[in-house]
Design a protein around this ligand. Structure first.
Ligand code: ATP
Length: 343
């Protein structure tokens, strides 16, 4: 039982001239929630569909729970997928929807419906079994779609942008529900999203994709604090990426000024340096990068600034409780932490 949930060995998928997935290898652990994150067209959905068996790879090998499934049909893979649109059958009741896969799989209707009822109860949907999907809220429909997938006891549960049909407030609640359920049942979940906050909030591991390849895979904090390159730095939250130089441990040059800041080890020499907006504090005097505020905005919990410096324009976010500055004021940017990029 130690096999990974999903393994890709040098998997490619082309559609004509487009390489939607380009020589991708990874091992996604069991019992974890892994998100596939990246901009539109980077290959997330194709990767998910390859796992599901809805696409077959042009090259490479795919394993699910230790079994080679490369050439198996979707129905033989012991996966279940929750679609963006939920894809509930509108003319069937909730309990019939959830029981459907079991019935198709050969279970007797009464048993299938009993199991469906138990699954609905464990997701807090008791009492809704006799309704039609149209008589449910968006969040409830989402949970019915999850119940319908889980009742099949899949090795891996796949989610394709599961929250995109929900409003912002509900989205946060439903993503917490999915995360709680995943932890409670120890499910192996692969989750596609293009929303980096959603990915940070729910994942054990995030796999950032770019142009059909994996840009970086790691825990949310690894990707945020230690992005490999400017693409990942910028995609995982915001970053000021500045051409500078590393002098030695904790010492860099930006815009001609020598600065001290916490940073990971990096060989001395020219480097792209990423600076998170919240890793900068603004002062009136002291050591740091001199600049002038060109824009200032109050956002309630935070203040946002643009500061013109010799190293270029730096975007800064400070807590609203910190001292406020107005456009035109001279400031010192103190960099608490910087990230020298490898790529
Ligand atoms: P989005 O967030 O927009 O859904 P994505 O990251 O999920 O994007 P994919 O849907 O996997 O990206 O698409 C990757 C690339 O493959 C894109 O260039 C897309 O146009 C192409 N592609 C995907 N499916 C097909 C198909 N069935 N036929 C032709 N090209 C396709």
């Amino acid at each position: 039982m130690t096999a990974d949930a999903v393994v890709f060995e040098r998997v490619s998928k082309s559609f004509g001239a487009v390489r939607a997935v380009d020589d991708v290898s990874f091992a996604l652990p069991r019992g974890a929630l892994v998100t596939l994150l990246g901009p539109s067209g980077c290959g997330k959905t194709t990767t998910l569909r390859l796992i599901a068996g809805l696409e077959l790879p042009t090259r490479g090998r795919i394993e699910i729970a230790g079994r080679d499934v490369t050439r198996l049909a979707a129905a033989e893979r012991r996966i279940a997928m929750v679609f963006q649109s939920y894809a509930l059958f509108p003319h069937m009741t909730v309990v019939e929807n959830v029981a459907y896969g079991l019935v198709v799989g050969g279970a007797r209707r009464t048993e299938a419906e009993a199991e469906a009822g138990a699954m609905l109860a464990s997701l807090g949907l008791e009492g809704l079994g006799q309704r039609l999907p149209a008589e449910l809220s968006g969040g409830q429909q989402q949970r019915v779609a999850v119940a319908r997938a889980l009742v099949l006891r899949p090795e891996v549960l796949l989610f394709d942008e599961p929250l995109s049909n929900l409003d912002a407030r509900l989205r946060r609640r439903v993503r917490e529900d999915i995360r709680d359920l995943q932890k409670r049942l120890g499910l192996s979940v692969i989750y596609v999203t293009h929303d980096q906050q959603e990915a940070l909030a729910v994942s054990d591991l995030v796999c950032v994709m770019r142009s059909g390849r994996i840009a970086q895979m790691g825990t949310p904090t690894e990707l945020y604090d230690d992005p490999a390159d400017a693409f990942v730095a910028d995609f995982m939250g915001e970053a000021n990426v500045i051409a500078g130089e590393v002098l030695g441990p904790g010492r860099i040059v930006l815009g001609g000024t020598t600065l001290e800041a916490a940073m990971r080890d990096h060989p001395p020499g020219p480097a792209q340096i990423a600076v998170r907006p919240e890793a900068v504090s603004l002062r009136r005097e002291g050591e740091g990068l001199k600049g002038r505020v060109s824009r200032a905005a109050f956002l309630g919990q935070t203040r946002e600034y643009e500061v013109e410096t010799d190293a270029g324009t730096i975007f800064v976010v400070t807590p609203a409780s910190a001292e406020a500055f107005a456009p035109g004021e001279a400031v010192i940017c103190r960099l608490e932490r910087v990230i020298p990029l490898r790529g």
